[in-house]
Design a protein around this ligand. Structure first.
Ligand code: HEC
Ligand code: HEC
Length: 271
């Protein structure tokens, strides 16, 4: 009795292990077939994509060669392939970073202490972006507003980026900012006498003296800058030659009242 149960058990075990072996064989064969077919189809797929890409780029190159020979050297009015418009397209994309603070039309934003840029001379905008980038402006520990601007100038990675964003800014137009500062215009006129040498009687600036236009600026921004120059927050780096020139001039304005007076005078220039 015992013996026959044992025999039965042995045959059940061998039956089970035989079936497990069979299942394994079926499973692994399936797996191998699956993997192989996958690899083959992958290979075919990639090579056919590669082939069609090669065909496409060949036809693009052909088209370009064709248009190069048929269209004469593009005029300035031609939108595509024109370095000038390419610079503007790049500049517009770069300006997306600036927009949040300086505004859609570079009109500035008082709440963010960000000045108007529209209407300012391109050579001056470039010079200031370089100064922010190179740490001649916006690095003094008391220059909270300059510190907001400095990392933005660092987004512009080379001269071409600076040229591009400035080229775009100079296409923007904004209204002359409303005055926010009231002072004694008569007294301001007297203080302004010394400013004429560089910024001109009309305040439009003088490129050969690196002096920007100061009409059409936000008066609150000018007040901050005149104080910054006076306090050495701007224009005190030995490498900042033009800043140092302006710093000496800001020091001729005795106090905040004198600053407000000269700004009131500048406000009504070019009206
Ligand atoms: C986070 C806000 C912010 C962003 C974004 C920003 N700026 Fe400014 N920008 C300022 C502030 C604030 C000042 C004024 C700094 C000061 O008071 O010295 C300034 C000043 C400037 C000046 C100097 C203007 C002058 O009259 O001297 C230029 C030029 C300028 N920004 C260009 C740009 C450009 C170009 C970009 C985009 C790449 C940009 N800014 C992005 C906040 C910003
Ligand atoms: C010797 C020439 C010279 C004289 C005189 C002069 N400035 Fe300037 N001014 C400059 C230069 C150069 C700059 C640009 C500084 C820089 O590159 O950072 C400047 C910048 C400024 C700015 C900052 C503009 C901006 O967008 O950030 C203001 C405001 C200003 N001057 C006002 C005045 C006033 C007001 C006077 C008279 C009290 C005056 N300046 C006299 C040369 C001069």
């Amino acid at each position: 009795m015992n013996n026959s149960t044992e025999n039965n058990n042995v045959s059940i075990y061998s039956y089970i292990s035989a079936s497990i072996l069979l299942i394994n064989i079926i499973f692994f064969t399936g797996l191998i077939i699956f993997l192989m077919s996958h690899a083959v189809s992958n290979y075919l797929g990639i090579s056919s994509i590669k082939e069609s890409l090669e065909k496409q780029s060949a036809s693009i190159i052909q088209k370009n060669e064709h248009s190069d020979t048929t269209t004469p050297v593009s005029s300035n009015h031609n939108a595509s392939g024109n370095p000038e418009s390419e610079l503007l397209t790049k500049g517009k994309a770069l300006y997306a970073t600036c927009l949040a603070c300086h505004g859609q039309n570079a009109e500035g934003n008082k709440i963010l202490n960000s000045p108007i840029l529209s209407g300012q001379q391109d050579w001056y905008l470039k010079a200031q972006l370089v100064k922010f980038r190179d740490g001649l402006r916006g690095v003094d520990k008391n220059d909270i507003q300059g510190a907001m601007m400095r990392p933005m100038a660092l987004v512009l990675k080379d001269e071409n980026d600076i040229d591009a964003v400035v080229a775009y800014i100079t296409t923007l137009t904004a209204n002359k900012p409303e005055p926010t500062i009231q002072g004694d215009i008569k007294k301001g006129e007297q203080s302004y006498a010394i400013c004429i040498t560089c910024h001109g009687a009309d305040g439009k600036g003088n490129k050969s003296l690196n002096s920007p236009s100061i009409t059409g600026l936000n008066d609150w921004y000018m007040a901050t800058q005149l104080k910054n120059f006076k306090n050495g927050i701007r224009g005190s780096d030995p490498k900042d030659v033009t800043g140092a020139q302006m710093r000496a001039m800001a020091l001729t304005l005795q106090d905040d009242e004198a600053i407000n007076n000269v700004i009131s005078y500048i406000n009504q220039l070019g009206k």
